[in-house]
Design a protein around this ligand. Structure first.
Ligand code: AMP
Length: 434
């Protein structure tokens, strides 16, 4: 049979040990933040009812879901994101808990995206969902978590692209644009297809004056926050809903400034996100070198209610773990992955020594050394060269003589020295060797 008979499916990946090691490091920093900010980690199923995601996913994502009928004839979907699952989870398990509730997750997601650099059909997201507060300080907490994650991972050159979806929506609502058309238009904004979006608005009877305001608004972007806000104010002062949204954005920015959080924010008033459930701030995180976002989030005050729960406002952030790993590689960040642990290989050179090799291995593992037993029986010479090439620090050789004397032979693979000693003496030598 050809070894090429089975291949990984297009857009899906086998992850090699070195890749998993980096992903695990990123996951460990996300989990550290769960602990430090008080988020309780949960696990939800990979497979959910199709309707859960269909309701508010947005046109784009709706077409990119892996969906099928299960054997019970239910229409199901592999989760394309986790926020709807968390909203469902909250309704199913947490309604009686005092608010706010902070939930975290690390999960794989599936989207039938066109595969390219940084875009996979299975990828990993972390997540922080802060449920139960409508207040700007909740938004600030989520933004500061996104910022802190980047800092802790060692990034120095990154920014958060920020907008408040209520500003654009407020203008559209004032012009009586239906919710469906609003979603279509914002979906096009998300893909930077502004001209098409404007045409749709024109054909829906939106006034020229209003379209000019939108055109002016979506060009406002950058780091000069105060100036941009002033310009936005001038444009939207005749749209009350937009003004309310702007005031919310201003309150969030004010807390960030007064708290001296130093979050690198770039406002972008033309920025929209594909998901339809956002009601307040929306943001994405970018590094200087990477074109794709390494994380995204926003406020979703109506999602829990849409799923049949009470009105519970919420805001969240989902870092994309695969893209963070790519960004770490692009920036050349050295991760503090612990490679200091000593590695020991135990080579029984007679059959009688095999059980003893297991006993010795247990003692070395108890002492926290990475310990492997030779199970290949290739002979001492070959095993020693295998051990050196695999980065082992020590080999322990056990033959008939060692068994008889209740000793082992410890060989330092870097320096070549070897001693026949007791297991306890060997552990002390390996421990003391720095
Ligand atoms: P979203 O759920 O679209 O807000 O995405 C949140 C984050 O997940 C993005 O910023 C990306 O980092 C990551 N992400 C989304 N789609 C993909 C994908 N197809 N492949 C890899 N990462 C993705």
């Amino acid at each position: 049979m050809s070894k090429e008979k089975f291949k990984v499916l297009r857009g899906l990946r086998d992850l090699l040990p070195e890749e998993v090691e980096k992903m695990n490091y990123v996951k460990s920093v996300i989990r550290e933040l769960f602990t430090l900010y008080g988020y309780k980690e949960i696990i939800t199923p990979t497979l959910e009812s199709y309707d859960l995601f269909e309701a508010k996913a947005g046109e784009e994502l709706r077409h990119r879901m892996y969906t099928f009928k299960d054997l019970g004839n239910r229409k199901v979907a592999l989760r394309p994101e986790i926020t709807p699952s968390v909203a469902r989870f909250y309704i199913n398990h947490m309604l009686s808990k005092p608010k706010p509730v902070r939930l975290g997750y690390i999960s794989n997601c599936f989207r039938y995206d066109e595969p390219q650099y940084g875009r996979y059909r299975e990828f990993w997201q972390g997540g922080f969902e802060l449920i139960g507060s409508p207040n700007p300080e909740a938004d600030v907490e989520i933004l500061s978590i996104a910022d802190m994650l980047m800092r802790r991972l060692g990034f120095s050159d990154y920014y958060l692209k920020l907008n408040h979806i209520g500003i654009l929506k407020g203008i559209l609502i004032s012009e009586n644009v239906s919710e469906k058309t609003q979603n279509t238009v914002l979906g096009l904004f998300d893909k930077l297809r502004y001209e098409e979006a404007i045409k749709i608005l024109e054909s829906n009877g939106v006034t020229k004056k209003c379209i000019d305001d939108i055109k002016e608004l979506i060009n406002l972007k950058g780091q000069q926050i105060e100036l941009i806000i002033r310009n936005v104010e001038e444009i939207v002062n005749k749209y009350p809903i937009s003004l309310e949204a702007l005031s919310n954005l201003k309150n969030i920015i004010k807390i960030i400034e007064l708290a001296e959080l130093k979050i690198p924010i770039r406002l972008d008033l033309g920025f929209a996100r594909g998901l339809e459930y956002y009601t307040g701030i929306i943001f994405e995180c970018f590094t200087s070198k990477m074109k794709l976002s390494v994380g995204g989030g926003g406020r979703y005050d109506n999602l829990i209610e849409t799923f049949g729960g009470p009105h519970v406002p919420a805001v969240g952030y989902a870092p994309g773990i695969d893209r963070i790993v790519l960004a770490i590689e692009e920036e050349g960040i050295n991760l503090p992955i612990d490679r200091k642990k000593k590695k020991v290989i135990i080579i029984p050179i007679s059959q009688n020594a095999i059980p003893n090799a297991f006993k010795v291995a247990s003692k070395f593992r108890e002492a926290q050394f990475i310990t492997e037993i030779d199970v290949a029986r290739k002979g001492l010479k070959k095993m020693l060269s295998y051990a050196s090439s695999c980065g082992f620090n020590y080999a322990i050789i056990i033959g008939e003589t060692e068994l008889k004397n209740e000793k082992i032979t410890l060989k330092n693979l870097e320096r070549g020295a070897q001693y026949t000693i007791t297991v306890e003496e060997a552990i002390n030598i390996v421990r003391d060797d720095i």
